[in-house]
Design a protein around this ligand. Structure first.
Ligand SMILES: [Zn+2]
Ligand SMILES: [Zn+2]
Length: 570
């Protein structure tokens, strides 16, 4: 199927070139259509070529068929090569810049020598684009805006941001659709997301109309019979409405990952099956055998159903075949948050508010983990204020006004590995998270090993220190930390804040395999951040964790007993 993708790309590019040259719209559309047909083809195009059946493909005419033939015989398509020599290919990417049509692009190319993205940015900036005939400040302004979106769209966004956009759309469209779901890397809960994909079944017209009218849509990029694309918060969201009977195969296909799907296709082939977004087909008879539900698709291939978070081709297909997939921790199984800041340091909520909010969320407990003394800008607590806070927490708990508050701290680990507070106060606490907040360039291994060995530390907070899109992990021998954490019964955090997600999925999986317990904490500084626990659960699921591996799934009494036991062992 590799060749299908490659050919589709060539035909799409030919259409781009022709569009740029101002060729006939019929010819352009013929190439676009060919690209789409080949991309969506459930069969291997090379096999069809070998069987001389190219012309039997619906939508492929004489001319296109001969070009496909040329591709397999000569390794390329003459027309494509000619166009490539004529026009720089990197220029074609710019056809995707919103508000910059092929005519303007051609003008910029011919008059200003714009050949790539860098050239275009310069021409917008230095005003040369605005001086071209037919261009004015208004038009250039629109192109500038389009360029900004194009550049941002090339980047990825945080999982938390993507999830919020996705849920707004689901909320708006659910009443209009029979079935609806997020797809792509967002459904797999990957830590960053590119474009957002939404899939639905039901009345096409209503759903697509509803989609482009979703509150917050800033631009409708495309609107067709079965597909539409919009911009929301400057992010592209693509919707596809599929047939009811193709729901399962389409959802499976558009959820990915690419690697997972490639592996699945190979497996299908060995069983005489073809798998595509339209269903699972017998290669021999062409009969459609499954596709209404995802479960059906996996079962037909002899596999257990694979939850989306596992679909990365990291052994899940083998495990599903041998019926040994983990029973992943559920989004509804977490009984509390183990890393929350209050007004006592740099948070905004007071303790009573947190207790009430916890109850509203159905939590049994929330650990109050404000910063310690040396975090001066965060008004970190010294021993005296911490003693005071413990009293207030015990008082709130005795009044049973909400969920139980665990008296805790996020204690700083000094560069020499010592802790920021006296052990006299640390040992009074229910839950001690130890974290690094300074000297990020120094190797952190010894510091974290020392923290693991402390009898008062229950958990290492954001263990690698990375911040997505802005800070790399500090230098660290993570294996050494995992070994020490396992030996001392110290939990490692999956910091669930959207900027951190630390440990990440791969590290958390390794930690579990080495016998380390994981603790989820949002690191919330406001009530409005407590929802991010979901992101942490997503990471835990991507890490193959079951509820028994995650401390927050234990009821309060068991959690307290477990963590005490950890301390005794040290
Ligand atoms: Zn921290
Ligand atoms: Zn924190």
């Amino acid at each position: 199927m590799e060749k299908n993708r490659e050919l589709a790309k060539i035909f799409d590019r030919i259409a781009d070139f022709l569009e740029f040259k101002g060729d006939s719209i019929y010819r352009i559309n013929a190439y676009r259509k060919a690209a789409r047909v080949i991309k969506d083809l459930p069969e291997d195009i090379e096999a069809l070529y070998k069987e001389d059946r190219l012309k039997s493909i619906p939508g492929i005419g004489e001319k296109i068929a001969s070009k496909i033939q040329q591709y397999f015989e000569e390794g390329t398509i003459q027309k494509f090569e000619e166009l490539r020599r004529e026009i720089p290919e990197e220029l074609m990417v710019l056809l995707d810049v919103p508000n910059l049509g092929p005519k303007t692009l051609r003008l910029a190319y011919q008059s200003l020598g714009v050949r790539n993205l860098e050239d275009l940015k310069r021409a917008v900036k230095d005003g040369s684009l605005a001086r071209l005939p037919g261009m004015g400040p208004k038009k250039v302004d629109k192109i500038r805006k389009g360029l900004e979106i194009f550049l941002r769209g090339q980047e990825r966004m945080l999982l938390g941001e993507a999830l919020q956009i996705g849920e707004r759309i689901l909320g708006h469209l659910s009443p209009l659709a029979i079935r609806i779901s997020l797809a792509g890397s967002l459904r797999r809960m990957k830590e960053t997301v590119g474009d957002l994909d939404v899939l639905a079944t039901g009345d096409r017209h209503n759903i697509i109309q509803g989609f482009v009218e979703t509150p917050g849509v800033t631009e409708v990029l495309a609107k067709g019979e079965t597909k539409a694309s919009i911009l929301m918060d400057d992010r592209q969201v693509d919707l596809r409405v599929v047939k009811e009977e193709e729901w399962g195969s389409a959802l499976q296909y558009f959820t990915g990952s690419k690697e997972h799907n490639v592996h699945l296709r190979e497996m299908a082939k060995e069983r005489g099956l073809k798998i595509s977004e339209y269903g699972v087909f017998s290669i021999e008879t062409g009969d459609r055998l499954a596709g209404t539900t995802e479960e059906e698709v996996y079962h037909l291939l002899g596999l257990e159903y694979i939850p989306p978070e596992l679909r990365e081709d990291r052994g899940e297909i083998e495990a599903a075949r041998e019926k040994r997939l983990p029973r992943l921790v559920g989004y509804d199984q977490v009984k509390g948050d183990l890393h929350v800041h209050s007004r006592w340091s740099d948070g905004t909520a007071d303790l009573e508010e947190l207790a009430r909010e916890g109850a509203r969320l159905g939590y049994e407990y929330i650990a109050i983990t404000d910063h310690s003394r040396s975090m001066k800008i965060a008004h970190g607590l010294d021993e005296r204020r911490l003693e005071e806070q413990i009293k207030v927490i015990r008082d709130i708990n005795s009044r049973r006004i909400g969920c139980h508050l665990l008296a805790g701290i996020e204690v700083d680990i000094h560069p020499d590995g010592s802790l920021d507070l006296d052990e006299a106060v640390l040992k009074e606490l229910d839950w001690v998270v130890a974290s690094i907040h300074s000297h990020f360039h120094q190797d952190a291994t010894e510091r974290l090993l020392a923290a693991c060995r402390s009898p008062w530390v229950h958990c290492i907070g954001h263990p690698t220190g990375r911040i997505i899109f802005s800070r790399d992990p500090y230098p660290l021998d993570l294996d050494a930390i995992l070994r020490e954490a396992a030996a001392t019964g110290t939990a490692l955090e999956i910091n669930s804040h959207q900027d951190r997600l630390d440990l990440n999925d791969i590290h958390a999986r390794k930690a579990q395999e080495m016998g380390v317990k994981l603790a989820l904490g949002t690191d919330a500084h406001h009530l409005g951040q407590l929802w991010m626990i979901r992101l942490g659960i997503g990471v835990a699921r991507r890490a193959w964790l079951e509820s028994r591996h995650v401390l927050n799934t234990y009821p309060l009494e068991e959690l307290l007993a477990l963590t005490k036991k950890g301390i005794r062992r040290k």
